[in-house]
Design a protein around this ligand. Sequence first.
Ligand SMILES: C[S@@+](CC[C@H](N)C(=O)[O-])C[C@H]1O[C@@H](n2cnc3c(N)ncnc32)[C@H](O)[C@@H]1O
Length: 318
Amino acid sequence: MEELTVEAREHTDRDGVPMTHVFSDLWVRMVQLTSGIHARSPRPVSPRTAGERSGAFRGLLQGLDQPMHLFAFLTGGNHYHFGEFVHPRDSLLHAQERLTTSCASSLPRGSRVLDVGCGLGGSSMMLSRLGHRVVAVDPSGRALDMARASANGNHGLRFEPLAFGSEQLSRVVRDEPFDGFLFIEVLQYFQDLDELLINVRKMAHPTSALVFADAFCEGPHARHGVPHHGANDLCRALDRAGVELMSRRVMTKSILPTLDRVRELLDSQQRELVEFFEESRPDVRAEIRELEAHCKHLCAAFKNGDLVYEIVTAGCTD
Ligand SMILES: C[S@@+](CC[C@H](N)C(=O)[O-])C[C@H]1O[C@@H](n2cnc3c(N)ncnc32)[C@H](O)[C@@H]1O
């Protein structure tokens, strides 16, 4: 009998981008269009130029908490989260914007959105450009100063220097509930997921959408030294809160290049970083080494399966 050989080969497009990646981008776009959620993608943000860094942003960048200042310098953008890489040559900023776009595709059009732990506001600004009315909260006043300066009077976007769950925040947003909640890489700051979701429900419409993008730990052994929640724990907490789980998308492979990219950038731009920050932050060399070591640690945890990156979407039901 004739032997049949089946060869598994990765097909690529003309630029060498694997078709699986092309399809994954198309998939996100298709979901956006067919669900009527977004007729358009957010306009990409231009990275901050060297001129801008030496102008108004200089003091703001220099005053940010470690390691946000290094991220903001290296990417030239306002995202402090992993990027969703489709191709290894993607810029870190582009990949970060893609991750936000993936999250945004689950928010109803023209929503009133609470961006919880907005950091430097990169995602808040993208959501606002998509036509959402965004309230962005973060307890870090310095991060919000930078966010406000970057947003430059962007309408429909409000930054509040408050912690999620605080009394003050409930007072500020009491009158109008939110249709959407965005939690990008912020869950580690909330020990009690039940309490977090009780607070969400207090501010939510009966049919609000919730989007979480985060690193979750796999298995109880991974909790040692890694302050992350388990994705299954989040799902159980959603269930207890009466919030329906809509989807779970494992993204570990797509976000993993972020860590190597950050380390490459730290290495190739070390001199520029030191020159820029040395005067205001004499410990900048140690800060660079600390971020390098953290990236290495996270990389190992993702590779050995202790950590997994997921986008989890859920919806309140009547
Ligand atoms: C890893 S950063 C993510 C920032 C942003 N979501 C992004 O994707 O660029 C986590 C942010 O959560 C903020 N955070 C910490 N505790 C918080 C709380 N109780 N309420 C809201 N934000 C908090 C931190 O200040 C930090 O800016």
